[in-house]
Design a protein around this ligand. Structure first.
Ligand code: PMV
Length: 333
């Protein structure tokens, strides 16, 4: 078998502080509004892509098991897009390794598609800068557009009447942020989520009346968040992030039938975060498409907040700080 040298890329998850929830274009993965996230320094995904000119189909291995079903389908569809852009036909052998539980609301799709986009673009010789890579990663999973960059990152929704909307929606780093923040992840469950974020978004947009208000609020929240990041104002960043996340979950829960990612265990953690604030500790909660709670705080407070969360929940707790953007690495697979 003649296979090329693999291209190996590493990317980290990101957690949104102003969330992306809802697409205005499902095919192109264009969101309704801008979102803002922090890329983490934990749970990297490493993906190797080799081209195999003799193969009749793509072969995908995820965490040591041959991928089938939806995972295979999404990966192949993404590779088709890369091949189309690169004007190439060879099939690929993809080997991807996550260090975060897949599908549990800890952003494995963000690190996964950012790593796949970089490795595949390199393997197929697709030219382009980081912005082009962010646009490409977006097509795999919206939040992946942000994991191309490190630190705080904004994903621009783009303007609906742009001549080429696909070109107009990409992430870019927030270069003027002056905040040392950490996210303390309380891992309540690590299994796959019952409803995919794709399905849940579609359903929220279509049936939840409060969604419109939440979306309008996101636009204002993003402007205030950027200002607070510039000013190093942890309290304002925390308050905006918690309000935005809880508003997103409230909108989902108002869908018919309701989409519920919050569990009784999540609610208990939210209570512990409130209790910390009442004691004067700067801690704010955020949640994604899963039951796990991430506690946003100043970097200096992360250790003691993690200790408290371990003590009161008994759950595994991971401290994440600001991490790097996606990068290529020497072959080691
Ligand atoms: O990129 P997706 O389709 O996995 O959507 C992610 C959506 C949230 O994580 C809930 C919010 C966000 O902005 O990351």
């Amino acid at each position: 078998m003649t296979v090329s040298e693999p291209a190996v890329a590493v990317a980290h998850p990101n957690i949104a502080l102003v969330k992306y929830w809802g697409k205005r274009d499902e095919d192109l993965v264009l969101p309704f509004a801008d979102s803002l996230s922090m890329t983490l320094d934990v749970f990297p995904t490493t993906t190797a892509v080799r081209l195999d000119p003799a193969a009749g189909a793509d072969h995908v291995v995820m965490d040591g098991a041959v991928a089938r079903g939806e995972v295979l389908h999404r990966t192949v569809r993404f590779l088709e897009l890369v091949r189309e852009r690169a004007g190439r036909r060879e099939r690929a052998v993809v080997d991807t390794r996550n260090t975060v539980p897949v599908g549990a609301g800890l952003a494995s799709s963000a690190s996964g598609f950012a790593a796949l986009a970089l490795a595949a673009a390199h393997a197929y010789g697709l030219p382009g800068d980081s912005r082009a890579l962010s646009r490409l990663a977006r097509r795999g999973s919206g939040s992946a557009a942000r994991s191309v960059f490190g630190g705080f990152v904004v994903w621009q929704a783009g303007t609906p009447d742009a001549p080429d909307p696909d070109q107009d929606s990409y992430a870019e780093p927030v270069t003027d942020a002056r905040l040392d923040a950490a996210l303390v992840a309380v891992v309540l469950e690590s299994g796959p989520k019952p409803v995919s974020s794709r399905e849940a978004m579609r359903h929220t947009v279509a049936t939840a009346a409060p969604y419109r208000d939440w979306l309008a609020d996101c636009r204002a929240a993003l402007v205030r968040m950027r200002e607070a990041l510039r000013g190093g104002d942890m309290t304002t960043v925390g308050e905006i992030a918690e309000h935005n996340a809880l508003g997103m979950h409230a909108a989902m829960e108002a869908a018919r039938p309701a989409v519920r990612y919050r569990t009784a265990a999540s609610d208990a953690v939210l209570g512990h975060v409130r209790a910390l604030r009442e004691e004067g500790v700067g801690a704010w909660a955020t949640m994604d498409a899963g039951p796990n709670v991430k506690v946003l705080c100043a970097g200096a407070d992360a250790g003691r907040i993690a200790d408290r969360m371990r003590a009161v929940t008994g759950a595994p707790v991971v401290v994440a700080r600001s991490g790097p953007g996606a990068g290529l690495r020497a072959e080691d697979a």
